[in-house]
Structure formats: C-alpha cells, structure tokens
Design a protein around this ligand. Structure first.
Ligand code: HEM
Length: 409
C-alpha cells in the first residue's frame, strides 16, 4: 500500500502544503497557558496512550455527533480527514485556534474565532468508527468482530436517522461556547468529505471547586455513576479499554462506545411518590445510598429481606438487574449526559439521558445488561430508547500523528 505520510495527506487532498505552520488568528489565545488549574484554563491533552474523553471525569457540556462519508471517500481521503481532525483537536484542546492550512477547500480558511479567549476548558474530542466505516474505506477485513450490530431489544423505539454512522465524535468541555466551537470546527473540517448524520447535545452539573466525586444527578433526580468501575483500578481498566495482547495496534488502548438516546417520561415520573421512585432504582434519592443502608458507596445487600420476606431491593430494581453479578460480570463505564430539547408535539418534555457506555467488548458489556434490563427493569417503565449506536474507538494518538494511523497508513 502507498504510505500515507502527513505531507502526502495534506497535499494529496488538495490542501495547502504548509503543514505545521499557518496563520493563527489571535495572539490573545496563545496567551492562555495550558495550565491544569481548573476552570477555563484546565487542559486535557489530546495525545496519550488512550484518546481523551474516556477515563477523564465527565465535563459539563457535550455534543455527540456522527458523520457519513461522501461518495468519493477512500482510505487516503479518510486518513486526510482524520489528520485534519486530529490536528485541530490538538490545537483546540490547548485553547489555540485552528490554522488555515488544515481547512478543506471551499470552507472558511481560518478559525472562526468564536471561542477566542474562552480557554481550553477541559475540552476533549474522542473519535470513533461505525461498522460501515470499514466498508467505506475498503478495509472490511479489518472490522473487529466486536463491532457486530447490537441485537434488537424489546421495546426499543429506535430512529435509524439518529443512530450509527461512519464516523463518531464525542466533544465535551466545561464551557458551552468552547464545546460548540469545537463541534462547528470538526464539521467545517469535514466539508466535502463527510456530512453530519446526527448531533445530540447534553449537559450535567457544573464542576464544584474541590469536589472530585464523579457522580452527577440525572433528570430523574438520581445520583448517577456511583457503581461505575474506577479507571484507577487496573482490572477495571481492562474491562473498559482494549488491552488484550492480540488486539491490532490501531485498537490497542481503544474502546467500544454504546450511545443511546433514552427519553425519560418525566411528567409521569415526577408525580410518583418518592418511595416508588427509590424502589424502582434500589437507591435513595437524597444521597444515592442503597435501600439496604450505609452511604453512597456502601455495597447494596441484594439478599436482605424485610420482615414480611419481601426483598428490600426489589427483584426488578434497576441496580439489581444491572449489577455485574447478574450479568456474567458485565462491566462498563457509564459516562453520559442529560439532554433537554424543548417540548414534543404532545407537550411533554423531550428530555432524558444521552447514555454513553465504554467497554472493551460490547458483547460482554452493554449487551447482556441491556438484555436483562429490557426484560423487566422497574425504571424502564419510565424510559423510551429512541436512538442507538455502537462505535469502535481507536487507541491514543501520538504527537504529529492521527486517529487510527496504524490502520489507515
Ligand atoms: C446504575 C440510572 C440506563 C446500566 C444506575 C444508577 C442509576 C441509574 C441512578 C445507580 C447509581 C449508579 O451506580 O450509577 C439510569 C437511568 C437510565 C439508565 C436514568 C436511563 C435513562 C442504563 C442502561 C444500562 C445501565 C441502558 C446498561 C445497559 C447500569 C449499571 C449500573 C447502573 C451497570 C450499576 C449497577 C450496580 O452495579 O449497582 N443507573 N440507568 N443503566 N446502571 Fe443505569
């Protein structure tokens, strides 16, 4: 195969050959140092053994987007797009504007300046591929088996236009303008190569100085993320990231992400007695503690019964059915965002959770858990799964390189 060097990619695709240089719009932005001091100035490096945005604590704002390639895309053009995106991600995550040398023809040359001076704000951009990506770039034989389509689940009401896609990007930041600017930049750099298929935007609570707890309240008022595996735990990381020795080099340190748009029937949920809501989950709303007692991080006692013999944590409680012990050890890192998109035609809120779950293999992560939940989760009565996607997320990017370089070059 013809080697796809950085110079060849930027040149061959018709873009200016001045890689590494280019006019940066504003000196003011470069004055914003890449200091990990929190707030606007906090940076999360784009380069590293894993892509950023998987193990890092969830930021306040997120845009999830999928793209489909145009008719002319081949391996080389896909590589050129991923180089443009990776170069932009490196700059944006440092709070720098994107240079004109990576802009495709026909789009605005330099950075639009929309986020000038707003800082990096912990921006992360995380790129993935849908199953169709591998056909589109002529690499069907390289498609991992774990990227097989998710099975259909009972009661799914999926809109195919808001699921899947050739390419995926998760963009997240602690500043809404920085986050949207990054999305708009990614879209602009895809001009002529890939069209946006869908975008979903989410949010969570703002960071509280000094508070490091990774749990956030969702729109049902529950503390979410309590039983997540800790990325600091090596065994758990093996269930989140692809670390198996036989993995192809482009996938090493990567992951699989399931993205589901799950609408909540909030007008109904909000009228339920607190006790009923806590029974459906198996935890207390106030502090996230299990109904069997203790604090948020006390393990639930799934064997405990009330004096009348009824289990304290109901047979159909969400945490009982979703627990690893009920699903062959299935583990995933749930790192989603709430969404609110105004009112539906019937006047109810179009609101819920952008469920984002990371795992080393969806066949032993998300799939068995969702199969069990779909058969009778008490929380499920107040949820509608409206869109679903599965993407493979390649491993980390080295400086000067691009996402999935080892696959595409
Ligand atoms: C636990 C909410 C969908 C898997 C929890 C908890 C909450 C929650 C509040 C308890 C705190 C915690 O450990 O995070 C929700 C809501 C959902 C939803 C509101 C839909 C909008 C799902 C889906 C899956 C899932 C689709 C996977 C298929 C889990 C797992 C746990 C959990 C694995 C931890 C169980 C344990 O080990 O205790 N969920 N969840 N959840 N959820 Fe969900």
């Amino acid at each position: 195969r013809r080697p796809l060097t950085r110079r060849a990619l930027l040149g061959a695709a018709g873009f200016g050959a001045a890689a590494g240089g280019g006019a940066l719009v504003a000196a003011t932005v470069r004055e914003s140092p890449a200091a990990p001091s929190g707030g606007a100035r906090a940076t999360v490096p784009f380069h590293g053994p894993q892509q950023a945005g998987i193990l890092h604590p969830r930021q306040t704002h997120a845009h999830l987007a999928a793209f489909d390639f145009g008719a002319r895309t081949d391996r080389g053009r896909a590589a050129a797009l991923l180089l443009r995106w990776s170069t932009a991600a490196q700059r944006l995550t440092r709070g720098e504007p994107v240079g004109e040398e990576i802009s495709p023809p026909g789009s605005r040359a330099a950075d639009t300046g929309v986020a000038l001076g707003a800082g990096p704000a912990s921006l992360t951009l995380t790129f993935g591929f849908g199953a169709s990506f591998f056909d589109r770039v002529g690499l069907a034989a390289a498609r991992p088996e774990a990227l097989a389509p998710l099975p259909a689940f009972p009661d799914d009401r999926l809109d195919p236009a808001r699921g899947d896609g050739d390419l995926f990007v998760q963009i997240a930041a602690d500043d809404p303008l920085v986050c949207l600017h990054a999305l708009r930049t990614v879209q602009r750099l895809a001009h002529g190569e890939a069209k946006t298929r869908w975008v979903m935007s989410g949010f969570t609570t703002a960071p509280v100085p000094g508070r490091t707890a990774p749990t956030h309240r969702n729109l049902m008022g529950q503390l979410d993320g309590t039983a997540n595996p800790s990325p600091a735990d090596a065994a758990a990381r093996d269930r989140i990231l692809v670390t198996a020795p036989g993995a192809p080099p482009w996938l090493a340190g990567g992951s699989y992400v399931v993205v589901r748009r799950i609408r909540m029937l909030l007008d109904h949920w909000d009228t339920l007695p607190q006790e009923h809501r806590e029974q459906a989950l198996g935890r207390r709303a106030a502090d996230g503690s299990p109904l069997t007692g203790g604090g948020e991080h006390t393990a639930p006692d799934l064997t405990a019964n009330r004096p009348d013999g009824v289990p304290v944590i109901a047979h159909n409680a969400h945490i009982r059915l979703a627990a690893p012990g009920a699903n062959g050890g299935a583990t995933m890192l749930r790192r989603g965002w709430s969404y609110y998109d105004g009112l539906r035609a019937d006047g109810t809120p179009d609101a819920g959770m952008l469920f984002v779950a990371w795992q080393s293999d969806p066949r032993t992560g998300f799939v068995p858990v969702q199969q069990r939940l779909a058969r009778g989760d008490a929380l499920g009565r107040y949820l509608v799964h409206e869109a679903s996607s599965l993407f493979v997320v390649p491993g980390g990017v080295r400086p000067g390189g691009y996402v999935a370089q080892a696959l595409l070059e």
